[in-house]
Write a protein that binds this ligand. Structure first.
Ligand code: OMD
Ligand code: FE2
Length: 446
């Protein structure tokens, strides 16, 4: 399969020569009697650099790809952060990998955290889904741009724009309102991020310069391909967190050519050009940002997608793992493979954690003890891939996430052995129990 390369490049692709009109978008009659259709990813008037749209040339306009449908409920896919579905998360929380769920992937989606809401068009939801080998429904999600990362086996992602294969260690991004079908040859869990805010873009590199982090040319877009067998298709449509299903007499994947800068793409996270400290101190993790969804406030992201991959640690006289901190943003984390240096125990591939806005956290006791005593020779972190969805809005947890058997009831216990600074305790005769309020019991107040 061939791909087009370059983040937000202006791509042109034909499954059949002569499909794309030359010098215009919407001729009186398109080649082969095809229909021209524009799909926008931004307001028509968005400024240059943020203006996203593509033109498709298709067998039927997508208005023909709708039918009356019935509302259907998928209760664990949550897109509104009201009290009926979600609750406030005071404590740091962590989940073991979720058990696979029967059924098709849309009904298998279990949302763990949500910031903002689909209706407000701010924030995100973070979920885990199970994808089986069998036939899956086609989804059309008007609520969000979706980002998917398979956990144990590669997946194939077909949209009207063509097909993208997404291996373990890669991500795929699907534009809002595109028809999408997921398939796999081996059952796999998938991390699923819904971005309710503005579409992902590359972070400004600032003083880093013109290169580094995720490089534009490593983002790959599909070449046009269409489903020739126009058979009945089962579609699920999502809007403001509600679902409707209907059957089409034909396939919505009927685009023979498209051009534009708005399309699904994939990115291999192993290509991320990780930068870091070559002198001292642990830098802020913003240098690991792959994609950012900007908010209305300059410098404040709606969502940053951050990745912690293989890298050298060389900083001198430095506590090398993440420091203890309270972040004004909220941090959802997941692990694709390997071990995460701040949490060598209990943070498992396919699992997840939440450290909400302002919530204190940092290395577990084990990580702290080792890193504060280790010899500071250059050290390579290998075979690891963790990620973070960092949001400016606080993240709520779903009732499912609160009550899941996979939730680690004693996550905060990973900090319970932390001792008060011993020399101060001795010097000033401070009773050491006053600073020990880390309970190892379940302090989640649900
Ligand atoms: O909490 C975490 O593990 C994520 C994180 C990593 C890091 O290197 C610095 C800050 C931060 O929030
Ligand atoms: Fe953090």
């Amino acid at each position: 399969m061939s791909y087009l390369s370059g983040f937000r490049n202006y791509h042109s692709t034909e499954a059949l020569a002569g499909v794309l009109p030359i010098g215009q978008n919407s001729p009186q009659r398109c080649a082969f009697g095809l229909y021209a259709e524009q799909i926008s990813g931004s307001a028509f008037t968005a400024p240059q650099g943020h203006n996203l749209r593509s033109w498709m040339y298709r067998i039927r306009p997508s208005v023909a790809h709708r039918a009356d449908g019935d509302l259907v409920e998928f209760v664990n896919w949550v897109s509104q952060s009201d009290d009926s579905n979600t609750q406030i998360a005071f404590d740091p929380l962590r989940w073991n990998p979720l058990a696979a769920v029967e059924g098709h992937w849309v009904e298998s989606v279990r949302t763990l955290t949500i910031a903002g809401s689909a209706s407000s068009q701010i924030g995100m939801s973070a979920s885990i889904a199970t994808l089986y080998e069998r036939q899956q429904p086609v989804l059309q999600n008007h609520d969000a741009e979706m980002l998917v990362m398979p956990i144990s086996s590669s997946i194939s992602l077909r949209t009207e724009f063509g097909v993208l294969d997404i291996g373990v260690g890669s991500l795929g991004v699907i534009p809002r309102s595109a028809f999408v079908e997921l398939s796999t040859e081996n059952t796999t869990q998938i991390y699923l991020l819904e971005n309710y805010g503005s579409p992902f873009e590359l972070p400004n590199r600032g003083a880093i310069g013109a290169n580094g982090l995720a490089n534009e040319r490593d983002f790959e877009y599909p070449t046009a391909s269409f489903v020739e067998q126009q058979s009945a298709t089962w579609v699920i449509e999502k809007r403001e967190g509600r679902f409707r299903e209907f059957t089409l007499e034909h396939s919505p994947f009927d685009v023979l050519g498209w051009h534009g800068n708005h399309a699904p793409y994939r990115y291999d996270l192993r290509r991320f050009n990780t930068l870091g400290s070559i002198s001292y101190d642990h830098p802020d993790p913003s240098i690991f940002t792959v994609l950012t969804s900007p908010s209305q406030t300059a410098g404040v992201a709606n969502i940053d997608v951050v990745v912690f991959g293989d890298r050298w640690l060389v900083a001198e006289n430095t506590f090398r793992p993440p420091w203890y901190h309270r972040n004004v943003m909220a941090e959802f984390m997941g692990l694709i493979y390997g071990t995460y240096d701040a949490k060598p125990n209990g943070f498992l591939p396919g699992g997840a954690s939440l450290h909400n806005a302002g919530s204190p956290h940092g290395p577990d006791y084990d990580a702290f003890s080792k890193a504060s005593a280790s010899e500071l020779t250059p050290h390579k972190l290998s075979g690891t891939l963790a990620f973070m969805f960092e949001t400016s809005a606080p993240q709520r947890i779903t009732h499912f996430a609160a009550n899941a058997t996979e939730r680690q009831k004693d996550y905060v216990g990973c900090w319970k052995d932390i001792q008060p600074a011993s020399q101060i305790i001795k010097e000033f005769n401070v009773p050491d129990n006053i600073s020990r309020n880390n309970k190892s019991t379940d302090s989640h107040n649900g």
